[in-house]
Write a protein that binds this ligand. Structure first.
Ligand code: KG4
Ligand code: ZN
Length: 382
C-alpha cells in the first residue's frame, strides 16, 4: 500500500506485484478547486486538506481493494494502551488526524498488505510530514515496515505500471522528469542507479506553464489550461499576432534548462496588447500554442541529444507535464524518426498518484525500515 501527499493530491493505492503490477485500488483526492482561488498551492492549506482527506481516502482505497473488514471482536489488552500512546506521540503535530484514526483502527482489521510505501520527498515540507506521520501511525499500529520513496524516482517508475519493459534492453536509459517543481534529465543505469546530467537553473517546465497561465488570467494548474487553448489554436492566428517566444538554452551544449525568461517574455507580450486583445480567445489560443511549443521544443531537443551522447537504449518520461498531449505526440514522432524506443506513462499516471509510489517501493524494497527511522525531506535528491 502506498501513500502520497507531497503536493496537492492526497493519494493512496494498493498494488499486488509479482511480475506485472496489478492495481487493486488507486484513489486520489485532488485539492485543485481549493487552491485555484489562490492561483497556486498554498502549503498550510494543503496540509490541512491532507489531514482531512487521508482517512476517507484510506477507507475508500482499502474498500476498493476489498481489504476493509470490520473487526469482529474488540480486543482490549494492556498492549493496546502502549499502542495508543505511541500513536498519539506520532501524531502529536497532526491533531486533526489523531482524533479519528484510533476509531478507524479499532473498527477495522489489519489489512492483508506486506508493507507501506510513503513519499518522503521532494515536495512541500508540511504536506510531506502529514503523509509521513500518517504512514508511521499505521505502520506502528499494524506492525508493518515502511519503505521511503523518492517522488521523482516514482515518476520514472510509473513506466512499469502498465508495461513490463524488458530490463535487458532498457538500460542505460535517459529519463526526463518534468513536474511542477522539477525538470531533470537523469541517466539511469539500473533501478536505484541515477545520475542527474542536467536540470533547470530556475523555473521547472510545469512551473512555467503555471506561471504563464497566471499572467494570462487562466486557472491553476496552468498546464491543462494552456494545453486546452493551444489545441484550439490555428496556425495563421500565430502569424497575425507575431508571437515568437525564444527557446531558452536549446542550442547550448549542456543538458540544463531555463524557463523563467519565457514567463517574462509572455508578460511583456501580454502587457503590450490592448485590453480587448488580452481578453480575446483568438490571442489566448495563439499565445498558449506558442508557450506550449517553446517548452516542448527545448525538452525534446535536449532529451534526444542526451540520449545520443550517452548512447542510451531508451528514453523514459515522467511527471505531470508528460500528461500533455502535444508533448507526447511530438516525443513519439521525433523518437520514431531517430529510431529510439520511448516509454511514457498513461496521462493518469503522469500526474501525481500513489500507484507509482507503490511500484517505486517494489524496486526499492531493500530500503525497508521501521517507522522510527523515517523522515520527510523537502529537498531530497534522486
Ligand atoms: O507531477 P505533478 O502532478 O506534480 C508535481 O510533482 O509537481 O506535476 C504537476 C505539473 C503542474 O505544473 C501542471 O501544470 C503540469 O504538471 N501539468 C501539465 C499538464 N497536466 C499537468 N502541463 C502541461 N500539460 C498538461 N496537460
Ligand atoms: Zn509529481
Amino acid at each position: 500500500m502506498a501513500i502520497e501527499t507531497s503536493c496537492d493530491e492526497t493519494a493512496i493505492a494498493v498494488l499486488e506485484i509479482n511480475s506485472k503490477p496489478k492495481i487493486l485500488s488507486n484513489i486520489i483526492a485532488s485539492q485543485v478547486k481549493i487552491h485555484q482561488k489562490y492561483g497556486g498551492v498554498f502549503p498550510a492549506l494543503a496540509k490541512r486538506e491532507h489531514q482531512k482527506n487521508l482517512l476517507p481516502v484510506l477507507t475508500k482505497s482499502l474498500k476498493t481493494a476489498k481489504m476493509l473488514k470490520a473487526q469482529s471482536v474488540k480486543r482490549e489488552t494492556k498492549n493496546n494502551n502502549l499502542k495508543r500512546k505511541t500513536l498519539q506521540k506520532i501524531l502529536e503535530r497532526e491533531p486533526n488526524l489523531s482524533k479519528n484514526i484510533e476509531k478507524f483502527l479499532n473498527q477495522y482489521e489489519k489489512p492483508k498488505i506486506d508493507a507501506i510505501a510513503i513519499t518522503v520527498g521532494p515536495g512541500l515540507e508540511p504536506c510531506l510530514w502529514t503523509g509521513v506521520n500518517f504512514a508511521k501511525a499505521l505502520s506502528s499500529w499494524w506492525n508493518l515496515s515502511l519503505i521511503p520513496v523518492n517522488h521523482l524516482e516514482a515518476h520514472i517508475a510509473a513506466n512499469w505500471l502498465e508495461k513490463n519493459p524488458d530490463t535487458k534492453n532498457l538500460f542505460p536509459t535517459i529519463c526526463l522528469v518534468v513536474s511542477g517543481g522539477h525538470t531533470q534529465l537523469i541517466l539511469m543505469k539500473d533501478f536505484g542507479h541515477y545520475k542527474i546530467i542536467g536540470e533547470t537553473r530556475d523555473d521547472a517546465a510545469g512551473e512555467c506553464f503555471d506561471k504563464t497561465a497566471r499572467v494570462l488570467g487562466l486557472p491553476y494548474p496552468g498546464g491543462p489550461a494552456i494545453s486546452k487553448l493551444a489545441e484550439q489554436a490555428q496556425s495563421p492566428s500565430q502569424k497575425d499576432f507575431k508571437i515568437n517566444l525564444s527557446r531558452p538554452m536549446i542550442n547550448e551544449k549542456n543538458y540544463d534548462f531555463s524557463f523563467s525568461g519565457l514567463k517574462t517574455a509572455v508578460l511583456y507580450d501580454y502587457q503590450k496588447r490592448s485590453a480587448k486583445t488580452k481578453k480575446s480567445a483568438f490571442y489566448l489560443k495563439a499565445i498558449s500554442k506558442e508557450i506550449q511549443e517553446a517548452i516542448i521544443d527545448v525538452l525534446i531537443k535536449k532529451t534526444i541529444r542526451a540520449a545520443k551522447d550517452y548512447r542510451a537504449k531508451t528514453i523514459m518520461l515522467g511527471g505531470g507535464v508528460t500528461a500533455n498531449n502535444r508533448l507526447r505526440q511530438k516525443f513519439l514522432e521525433e523518437t520514431e524518426k531517430k529510431k529510439i524506443e520511448i516509454f511514457i506513462p498513461q496521462p493518469e499516471f503522469s500526474t501525481d498518484n500513489a500507484a507509482m509510489i507503490a511500484v517505486a517501493a517494489y524496486f526499492g524494497i531493500k530500503k525497508k525500515k521501521g517507522w522510527q527511522d523515517i523522515k520527510a525531506d523537502a529537498n531530497l535528491r534522486i
